[in-house]
Design a binder for this molecule. Sequence first.
Ligand code: NAD
Length: 273
Amino acid sequence: DLKGTFTLHNGVQMPYFGLGVYLSEDGEEVANAVNWALQEGYRHIDTASIYKNEAGVGEGIRQSGIDRQDLFVVSKVWNGDQGYESTLKAFEDSLNRLKLDYLDLYLVHWPVEGKYKETWRAMEYLYREKRVRAIGVSNFLQHHLEDLLADAETVPMVNQMEFHPYLVQQDLIDFCNKNTIQYEAWSPLMQGHIFEMDIMKEMARKYNRTIAQIVLRWDLQKGVVTIPKSSKKERIIANADIFDFELAPEDVKLMDGLDRGKRFGPDPDNFDF
Ligand code: NAD
């Protein structure tokens, strides 16, 4: 059942499993991916204005015929739009492209120095005005969160971070858990590199599952929301087939132990976009 959810600190139910659409092309490609996912039982779609595919995501949602209230749609404010007024405008632009009248979750995409607190004030406004059911951040390390929390009126409901067996950041997960911030994984499949790992091939054989299913199941058992990306129908379907088996605790530990602090994406302390 793809309808498993985690409860955010404001009581909103966030489906544990979603579809990522970074690098899915706007138009037919992303619309099909979204529609196939929704037909399969996915209810959570993760896009961003910088992905330039919000229009196609909206198209896929409408093609699916599924009630808006049953969906969990996420977008993000891009770095160049950070600041108070510009965030409010970026939000309306995203809604217009999606052809929706609210979002379930809106995220600050990256912690842009000197800007993210003003951006957060705009996020709080959107939340107060009920334009969005939850607000959160992405790529915020502990020091960014501490700095934000010092002035925030609303604690972010979510922190979406690069997360996979080579980048666990357990201290950050613990910090988020302590502060009621739901942890969420981006690039859960290591942008495809997970499929090259011998140890993952072994685990897949052991459980008679695909490597993707093993790592996404690990996310679930660690309490981390996950949003694997694919635009291929068979993969979209297979990736989500993780609700009828369980990893033994020692295998969860084994996977935790693969951590080597290795990023495939940018460093939140040193990005230049
Ligand atoms: P991912 O780890 O989900 O990997 C996607 C890659 O794996 C694609 O190349 C896909 O073709 C391949 N793949 C998927 N299923 C497969 C399967 N079953 N077998 C073989 N290959 C398979 O990478 P991602 O897209 O970077 O991350 C997922 C989502 O996270 C994104 O789509 C986006 O929504 C989000 N994201 C957010 C940020 C952020 O800064 N907040 C950054 C990157 C990604």
